[in-house]
Ligand binder design. Sequence first.
Ligand code: ADE
Length: 257
Amino acid sequence: MHFDILTLFPGMFAGPLSESIIQRAQATGLVSIALHNIRDHAADKHHVTDDYPYGGGGGMVMKPGPLFAAVEAILGPEPRASGVPIILLTPQGRQFAQGVAQDLADRERILLICGRYEGVDERVREYLATDELSIGDYVLSGGELAAMVVVDAVTRLLPGALGDPTGALDDSHATGLLEYPHYTRPPEFRGWRVPEVLLSGNHGEIARWRRQEALRRTLARRPDLLARASLTAKDREFLRSLGYREQDKDMEMPARE
Ligand code: ADE
């Protein structure tokens, strides 16, 4: 998988890309990441990448020229014809979620554009980007942190990225549910014991307990997810025993205890 990242602040990526799973994925050749400074593609001698908004108002707008030039330098004169997703990170994009990460993990190459300032000239959205993604309903100072989130979530889905090949299967959201609770040694810590079933060695019982705890937790924290999760008859029976009624699936997300 190859990521091209267009940014005005390549230095922001140094830490996140040089540690842990993403670092290892690059070292083993599973992933390559090219950072491109948008400023290098500004035509004027001062390398200006932003300008005042037409119509007035505060803030600056990223000029289309440097962004088109950068993407064309990377993907060729017809970037959209390359088939490579050209993704603008913006709070106006569609919501980035596990399913989107899974789709992107099937691609060979992805190009990410990090917006800055108050916005990006609309012609970038209309004629250059093929998709727009938001990582949540809040406004960041730019798309850089969002791009790092996308790179991380996609990389860990690539076969071989995690030490344990089954590592991503039970992740929260991978199954459509929140993940079950985890415990490690010691079996008793400050008087708090690990649930006995996990010490039993009975793998069938452990799997059943984990499924039920995932359901219990999802019902308590994110009942909205249950509507889209794929549930067996046994799952539904267990949820009903917890007081879940099918119409609850439209419930608001509860406040955290
Ligand atoms: N740029 C600024 N805020 C953002 C967000 N929430 N998601 C993606 N890109 C952004």
